[in-house]
Design a protein around this ligand. Structure first.
Ligand code: PNS
Length: 164
């Protein structure tokens, strides 16, 4: 049986911390879906399609394994997507106790809803403090985000966002 997992998130934008978790997870499963999900609790900086495009470029530029599929989902529950693609596992990166507190209720709900298990991976400590919200803030104030994001995202934030 093929082991299929999903790494869901807002990816607004994808960071080096995300890519690290994606690469590690891709080594653990036969197929890994990196899913850009609309989070109604957050006001997004980038449209869903832009986030998908930046993720696709970042995965390709980093030479990550070919078993990675980038997709988006805004049609309902995350577990509905899992059912559609035959995934039984969600993968989340955990940087701190704050992330554990945020992710635990979602993991329990997803298990109750559809018997989908959540696996937590620890990021490389080099990326432990990187978050999309900090990247958005640094970019909005004109700072250099290149130490925190893939080159495709740094290029985009340097031009695309400021031209809005
Ligand atoms: O990167 P984020 O914003 O922390 O990701 C959160 C996300 C998008 C994974 C979460 O909000 C989610 O799963 N949304 C889909 C809606 C859903 O299935 N909700 C019920 C279970 S939590």
């Amino acid at each position: 049986m093929r082991r299929i997992a999903v790494v869901p998130g807002s990816f607004d934008p994808v960071t080096l911390g995300h890519l690290d978790v994606i690469e590690r997870a891709a080594g653990l499963f036969d197929e890994l879906h990196v899913l850009v999900v609309h989070n109604p609790a957050k006001t997004a900086l980038l449209p869903l399609a832009q986030r998908v495009s930046l993720l696709e470029n970042s995965v390709r530029d980093a030479g990550l394994p070919a078993n990675i599929v980038v997709a988006s989902w805004s049609m309902g529950l995350l577990v509905d997507y899992c059912r559609d693609v035959g995934a039984s596992v969600l993968v989340k990166g955990i940087r701190s106790q704050v992330d554990v507190a945020y992710e635990t209720p979602m993991a329990i709900v997803n298990r109750h809803l559809a018997h989908v298990e959540t696996v937590f991976l620890l990021p490389d400590p080099a990326h432990a403090l990187v978050s999309s919200s900090l990247v958005r803030q640094v970019a909005a104030l004109g700072g250099d985000v290149s130490p925190f994001v893939p080159p495709a995202v740094a290029r985009f934030l340097d031009t695309g966002v400021r031209e809005r």
